[in-house]
Design a protein around this ligand. Structure first.
Ligand SMILES: [Zn+2]
Length: 110
């Protein structure tokens, strides 16, 4: 695995030789999806995200990412933003991803 800034919570061997790997980021903070300011006021965790990974030998690998959530105290309503984009190179951080991230929906692929 070549994922930077990742810590593994646990590894579960599932059916059909599927390895389920539960991970979280070791980085702190993200940027508010509304105002773009750096925020680091922790606000629980977002919904778990399932990411497919390349097979390892005869095993299928599935990553489960538990994104940290952060709250912006500058914006009205104190919106929260999930920290998920650390898996993407900066070049992939385009408007489409930004929109998906802001909406907090959709399966995202590593
Ligand atoms: Zn904000």
């Amino acid at each position: 695995m070549n994922l930077p800034d990742i810590a593994i919570d646990r590894v579960v061997l599932g059916e059909h030789k599927t390895l389920k790997i539960y991970i979280h980021s070791t980085l702190e903070g993200t940027h508010c999806h509304r105002c773009g300011q750096p925020i680091d006021h922790a606000y629980g965790h977002g919904q778990e995200i399932k990411l497919r990974h390349l097979p390892l030998g005869e095993y299928k690998i599935v990553l489960f990412l538990r994104p940290k959530r952060y709250q912006c105290r500058s914006c009205e309503g104190h919106p929260t933003t999930s920290q998920t984009l650390f898996l993407y190179p900066a070049s992939l951080y385009d408007e489409r991803l930004r929109a998906a991230h802001a909406a907090g929906t959709g399966e995202q692929h590593a």
